[in-house]
Design a protein around this ligand. Structure first.
Ligand SMILES: *Cc1c(COP(=O)(O)O)cnc(C)c1O
Length: 446
């Protein structure tokens, strides 16, 4: 990192990051009140597209029949996990003082893609398919159901979706893209899991492997697509369609909270904890939630201690790219969905005003919490998806968390607080992988 930028960085924070100490970083630039809509980024556009094409999705994807083509994940109380994690507190030192109720948002079980990438992926692929079909001049092309017909499928089959991925985005774009009839190529980093590559290949998806990290795989895909008019690159670092697709989760959550009789207002704060990789999925959701609930929702991201890319980008105080490599970290983590070195520069500037903070988590803590979730609630998720479970403890029990609550006058309200912990992936993970995670977690718990 250029010397001037090291000096701008808070030295104490820098040292803690470099030592990979788990920490909660507060965003001092958080603005109060409801943010304005960013030009061109209206979550209602994504919602309308999901509505319009629900009948097509119900027809093409058997998993979506029971919800009439809607992508929905459950919001469930996790009382037993809350009790057990609260008993040990943040560092197994003293019982937690954080109050309220913990709810788990089960995007790990989203249909078709098995991860949080489903909403973004469906919206991205649908947007492209819509444009191609509408421009095609096929008879009846303006009717949504035309997209499920043989002519449209033949048309889409002449186009290729290309995506760079550590795994889950590739699975999402791949399975959705093939479902709609596209050809799909997934560029993967060397560290992507073997089972994901196999599953993609079995579905007729081409996998190209790259040495180097996630950023390198993305760049390779981007360059190939730039040379062709029938290859469409899904850009995880820049795509507004992905971002908007993710943002649609906010209205879904609002409806579920209201169905549970949970208010979100000046007396009832909502805390949301979101695992962050490049930032698109948690960013889209946080953006959607802030538009709906303004200062009554408090969004925190969680990142691995080896890859805190959004934290580093926001903490450096300006929006020129700064990666975790620049501060001396190496991006080596079991949390493959979160192993990203550079945050999205589409998302980071939007988060600068609306994100409350970022906490970090070690790989051991991830594995332990993956195990605790299975023990307490019988839910098997991938380690990335368990990364947010300590969020309420960071808020209630750490010095920084208490500072945040005091600063916003929240302490007297915490008994009525709702903590939504976003669980982001796992239902497509093979049994042997789950067994490996659980064995490691059990070892750490012993
Ligand atoms: C992709 C992913 C995330 C984070 O999404 P980004 O858009 O990369 O920030 C979180 N959890 C899982 C399991 C993921 O696959």
């Amino acid at each position: 990192m250029p010397t001037s930028r090291i000096e701008e960085f808070d030295q104490e924070l820098l040292t803690s990051l470099q030592r990979r100490e788990p920490l909660l970083w507060l965003n001092d630039r958080l603005k109060n009140g409801t943010p304005g809509m960013v030009a061109g980024l209206d979550p209602a556009v994504a919602q309308a597209r999901f509505d319009k094409y629900a009948p097509v999705l119900a027809r093409l994807f058997p998993e979506l029949e029971s919800t009439q083509g809607r992508l929905i994940s459950e919001l469930v109380p996790v009382a037993r996990l809350q009790r057990e994690m609260s008993a040990g507190g943040l560092n197994d030192a003293a019982a937690s003082t954080s109050g309220g109720i913990w709810l788990l948002k089960r995007d790990d079980a989203l249909p078709v893609a098995g991860s949080i990438k489903a909403r973004g992926g469906f919206h991205e692929v649908l947007s492209l398919a819509q444009r191609l079909v509408e421009q095609s001049g096929l008879p009846g092309a303006d009717d949504a159901l035309a997209m499920a017909g043989p002519e449209a499928r033949a048309l889409l089959g002449r186009h290729t979706l290309s995506v760079g991925s550590t795994g889950n985005l590739g699975l999402s774009i791949g399975l959705i893209g093939r479902g709609l009839g596209f050809q799909v190529v997934v560029h993967m980093s060397a560290d992507a899991k073997e089972w994901k590559k196999e599953r993609l290949r079995k579905k007729g998806i081409k996998v190209v492997e790259h040495t180097g990290d996630y950023g390198a795989a993305v760049e390779a895909g981007r360059q190939e697509a730039a040379r062709s008019s029938t290859i469409h690159f899904v850009d995880d670092e820049k795509s507004e369609h992905l971002f908007l697709g993710y943002s649609a989760a906010a209205a879904e959550l609002a409806g579920q909270l209201s169905a549970l009789g949970r208010k979100v207002d000046a007396e009832h704060p909502l805390f949301v904890y979101l695992p962050c990789g490049v930032g698109g999925a948690p960013g889209g959701i946080a953006y959607g939630l802030k538009l709906l609930f303004g200062e009554h929702v408090h969004c925190f991201f969680v990142e691995p201690t080896a890859s805190p890319c959004m934290l580093v980008q926001l903490a450096c105080g300006d929006l020129r790219p700064l990666s975790i490599y620049d501060v001396g970290l190496n991006n080596v983590t079991e949390a493959d969905g979160l192993a990203v070195g550079q945050a999205s520069l589409l998302v980071a500037p939007i988060m600068a005003d609306i994100l409350s903070g970022v906490f970090t988590v070690t790989d051991d803590a991830l594995m332990l919490d993956t195990y605790k979730l299975a023990q307490a609630e019988g839910m098997l998720v991938e380690p990335s998806a368990a990364s947010a479970l300590r969020g309420p403890l960071w808020l209630g029990d750490s010095a920084q968390g208490k500072r945040y609550l005091a600063r916003h006058g929240l302490e007297p309200l915490m008994a009525d607080a709702v903590h939504v912990i976003w669980s982001t992936g796992g239902s497509l993970v093979p049994r042997e992988e789950h067994e490996r995670f659980q064995a490691r977690g059990a070892e750490l718990a012993a």
